[in-house]
Write a new protein. Structure first.
Lengths: 291, 263
């Protein structure tokens, strides 16, 4: 029983990073309907630059981490402005291919600049400290990650639902032309979306790189975050977080009781099953089209 | 200063000359109708005014400002609102939210003020109350009480058209472009719409540019009419003048149709 609880907690911890990536993807998908595969590498670049400033220039944490988040925001805006906005008569398929191309460019850049060997990011909390709740162990880093997820999820949820900018984002997604005629600058909105999403992704990147840091580190969280977001309906923030925790827990339980090699496979099999039963995802509001 | 004027406007798509040397003027406070057969370029003209299309030649002047190079959101901010032939609402929001979005330009609450909205006395609270009151007035005016909290995608077609009109009014325009406001409506809804358009002109003092196929309605409410066909001006003038123009009768009304008579 204790083992079971421990595995669930570990699963939630793993799910937290998926959740952050899932949230980041949902934000962009909500306004542009493009699944952004550059997400992971945007976070990768921000994390490696953070590493550079910490390790080589010895800039203190309380300067570097906020600066990294600001950099991530700017990076997101710049990529949107320089690359995606230039797409002539964009369709969704084309945009997806562009994001994949960007992903490769950024990944190549990071590998070339910093090398493909494994590094460790200096971090104020080591992954080896842990707290004991009842008899279940959880590392302080995992606790921090979970806290971040909850904070960001509620923050984003409130922001998107009640702020003027959030509502403008919703309007942009639902009807671009009409939104422009209401005086909303939809290109600015999309740019801001990329910025916010990149910032959320960067949080995930920083937390992951404190454990392991190499150029492929974001790929697995990205794919699982994406899968979690799809399971949650792709437009729902709580849905993405719920999906991510489900994924993490199922994966860990399967890994613990049955086979550790196939743990990722099972997680994806579950998603296939969920989507067979509820194709629009667990949390998507289903709009029936009137005929 | 003319209120609104179009000078020598032309635009083509590929080889098709969609608008060719269109000129007209609209006086403040009038209802100006644009008629013509399907594909004559009426909606293209609206899209040029809104900044959705960039015209190749010509000028669009609104209160001495040039519109032809401006972005749609800029044009909207200058006080030009619009409804669409094929309804363009925010489909998954309710009526109230749709109309509130019309207030977007007038809302001053930023992120900071929004985050500190403690009760009705705060800055954001006062703003919210003010704008909601304005929206209530519009809901009252267009009789949308019954559907205020319903998702617009589920509303009947005629009601969606009214919601779109409400949203356009919420932007507090000086010039309102109506693209076939009565298309697809039953006769009762049509009557209501005609009353509202007249009220918008009389009570709110908003100038209206109207595209409509229903000849009885156009002849009834417009002050002046512009007839276009194949992107060119056929004629313009008062309803009486336009009705008597031989080319209008041939091109648009049909050889032997008598205008004004009910079938």
């Amino acid at each position: 029983m204790l083992n079971f609880l421990q595995m669930i907690v570990n699963g939630m911890a793993a799910g937290s990073t998926y959740a952050l990536m899932g949230l980041a993807m949902v934000i962009i998908y909500k306004t542009t309907e493009v699944p952004n595969f550059t997400q992971g590498e945007m976070a990768l670049l921000s994390s490696y630059l953070t590493y550079m400033f910490l390790d080589q220039y010895g800039v203190p944490y309380h300067v570097v981490f906020p600066a990294a988040l600001v950099f991530a925001f700017v990076l997101g805006c710049v990529l949107e402005f320089v690359v995606l906005r230039r797409a002539k008569e964009p369709n969704i398929l084309g945009m997806i291919v562009i994001t994949i191309g960007l992903e490769m460019i950024l990944m190549g850049f990071v590998s070339w600049k910093f090398g493909a060997d494994q590094k460790t990011m200096p971090f104020p909390i080591t992954p080896y400290d842990s707290v004991v709740i009842g008899k279940v162990f959880i590392s302080t880093l995992e606790l921090l990650t979970m806290g971040m997820v909850l904070l960001l999820m509620t923050g984003l949820f409130v922001f998107l639902r009640y702020s003027k900018l959030g509502i403008a984002m919703k309007a942009t997604q639902q009807n671009d032309v009409a939104a422009r005629l209401m005086g909303i600058r939809t290109d600015r909105i999309r740019m801001a979306t990329w910025g916010i999403s990149s910032t959320v992704g960067c949080t995930a990147g920083l937390l992951i790189s404190s454990i392991v840091m190499q150029p492929y580190m974001m790929w697995d969280p990205l794919l699982k975050g994406f899968a979690a977001a799809v399971m949650g309906g792709m437009t729902s923030l709580p849905g993405a977080v719920f999906g991510a925790y489900m994924l993490g827990i199922i994966e860990n339980l399967f890994g613990g009781y049955i086979s550790i090699e196939f743990k990722s496979v099972v997680a994806f099999a579950i998603i296939v099953l969920v989507l067979c039963v509820k194709p629009s995802g667990l949390f998507a509001r289903h709009y029936v089209k009137k005929v | 200063m003319t209120f609104f004027e179009i000078r020598h406007l032309s635009i083509s798509f590929g080889g098709l000359r969609a608008l060719n040397d269109i000129c007209f003027e609209v006086q403040k406070g009038e209802i100006f109708a644009i008629i013509g057969p399907n594909g004559a370029g009426k909606t293209t003209l609206f899209n040029c005014i809104n900044g959705i299309y960039r015209p190749e030649e010509g000028e669009i002047l609104f209160k001495d400002q040039q519109l032809e190079r401006k972005r749609p959101d800029k044009v909207a901010r200058l006080g030009i609102a619009r409804t669409f032939q094929n309804i363009e609402l925010f489909r998954h929001m309710n009526t109230m939210e749709n109309i509130m979005l019309g207030r977007h330009n007038h809302l001053k609450t930023g992120l900071f003020h929004g985050a500190f909205m403690w009760g009705k006395r705060s800055f954001a609270g006062k703003e919210e109350t003010k704008h909601r009151r304005r929206v209530e007035e519009i809901i009252d005016f267009l009789d949308l009480h019954a559907v205020r909290n319903q998702i617009v995608a589920a509303l009947p077609y005629g009601v969606q058209k009214v919601v779109e009109l409400a949203r356009a009014l919420a932007t507090e325009p000086e010039l309102l472009l109506l693209d076939e406001p009565c298309a697809g409506m039953n006769s009762e809804e049509k009557q209501d719409m005609i009353f509202w358009i007249k009220d918008i002109q009389d009570l709110l003092g908003i100038t209206i540019l109207l595209i409509e196929h229903d000849m009885n309605m156009v002849m009834d409410i417009s002050d002046r009419i512009l007839v276009i066909n194949f992107g060119r001006t056929v004629t313009q003038g008062s309803p009486d003048m336009v009705q008597k123009h031989p080319e209008v009768i041939r091109a648009y009304l049909g050889e032997d149709m008598e205008v004004g008579s009910h079938p």
